[in-house]
Ligand binder design. Structure first.
Ligand code: PBG
Length: 376
């Protein structure tokens, strides 16, 4: 059974609620001791500094700055500082991604600093976070999700826009087996090649005169945050004709990792949590956690809020060559984190009943393990 992942409750935050004015706070019927305590907490907060950790790639730093801006808006009395660090994954750009193994490569150093108090929060792409976090680390909040879809970016100067227009043998740049395996199912004539590095590096490799790539497949969210949205030539989600590619678990969402039990930080972050994004993200992570059994596998997912409280989840598990796949789809009322967790688990069970285990076992036998690729 999947381990339940829970965000700290957002309901118990009397002290820092910015919607309560100063006047209301010192209301007369309040016990003097409570008022004193509040003043003390406010004072300690105004001298407080929050150290924000992030990876040092351009995208990671932009994301940390976005979060800092939101925090400043919600809590201008606090000071903030961003600390950008190179992680193992950043330092080793030459080893093929699948030789690395676990996703924790991108998060380990930052978590060590979180736990020793050098950092107070760490900003991550939810997609790059392992489904099991280290002891004493937890997700403090998930902010409003950016466009979660995968997209095509065509090489500069090519007249094509979509995968369907590309001639047989054209090379698509992606290091993600989830992407290549799903696209192969629809476009068996295309070839796929690894492309490493952060988004800027990948685009430079694509556009280079002697480039072998016709296009890249990337997450819309990263390109949009970098202000390169104009380079997107096709969206590849299930609703777009010619698309049909289900995105990665957590794609497009940012998560803030915190120390477990750090109530002060939890209070400050409560304003940044986006309920719909967070419940969808937790449901997707529960699906992944139930299926993976400790290693990363090519799972695609798409969650859509159909109406208030009703979440639709489509999911796929696909073999590496794109020749076998198992898909399912389910609509459920999701009102809280427990529902989200159960939903992910149920969708995983449905995939297993349809034969997902056979595909997953074949992949696990062929280690080294598949990695979505943390090189944002
Ligand atoms: N693979 C690395 C990675 N991790 C998160 C994003 C995009 C941003 C996001 O999902 O929030 C990317 C780049 C990409 O896949 O194109």
């Amino acid at each position: 059974m999947a381990t339940h992942e829970q965000l700290p409750s957002t309901s118990s935050r009397p002290i820092l609620d910015p919607t309560v004015s100063k006047q209301e706070k010192s209301s007369k019927d309040e016990a003097p001791s409570t008022a004193l305590k509040r003043n003390a907490e406010e004072a300690s907060l105004s001298t407080q500094k929050i150290n924000i950790g992030t990876r040092r790639s351009a995208l990671a730093v932009v994301q940390a700055e976005m979060i800092m801006k939101e925090l400043k808006k919600a809590h201008p009395e606090v000071t903030y500082e961003i600390h950008a660090m190179a992680t193992m994954g950043d330092k080793n750009q030459t080893t093929a991604l699948h030789d690395f193994g676990a996703k924790s490569l991108w998060t380990h150093e930052l978590e060590a600093q979180l736990l020793d108090g050098s950092l107070d929060i760490v900003v991550h792409c939810l997609k790059d976070m392992p489904t099991q976090l280290p002891k004493k680390c937890t997700i403090g909040c998930i902010t409003e999700r950016e466009d979660p879809r995968d997209v095509v970016v065509m090489k500069k100067g090519l007249e094509y826009k979509t995968l369907g227009e590309l001639p047989d043998g054209a090379i698509v740049g992606t290091s993600s087996v989830r992407r290549s395996a799903q696209v192969k199912m629809k476009y068996p004539g295309l070839k796929f090649k690894d492309v490493r590095g952060n988004i800027g590096t990948r685009l430079a490799k694509l556009d280079a005169e002697d480039s072998e790539y016709s296009c890249l497949i990337l997450a819309a969210a990263g390109i949009i945050r970098m202000d390169w949205g104009h380079r997107i030539t096709q969206y590849l989600d299930s609703k777009t004709p010619g698309g049909g590619l289900l995105h990665a678990v957590g794609q497009g969402a940012l998560a803030i990792e915190v120390r477990e039990g750090d109530d002060k930080i939890a209070n400050i972050l409560a304003d940044l949590n986006h309920k719909d994004s967070s419940l969808a993200g937790l449901a997707e992570r529960s699906l992944m956690r139930t299926l993976e059994g400790g290693c990363s596998v090519p799972i695609g997912v798409e969650t859509t809020w159909i109406e208030k409280g009703k979440l639709l989840m489509k999911a796929i598990v696909v073999s590496l060559d794109g020749k076998e796949s198992v898909e399912t789809e389910r609509l459920e009322e999701i009102l809280n984190e427990k529902d989200a967790d159960q939903f992910g688990w149920d969708v995983a069970q449905a995939l297993v009943e349809k034969g997902a285990s056979k595909i997953l076992e074949a992949i696990n036998l062929n280690r080294p393990i598949i990695e979505e690729g943390g090189g944002a």
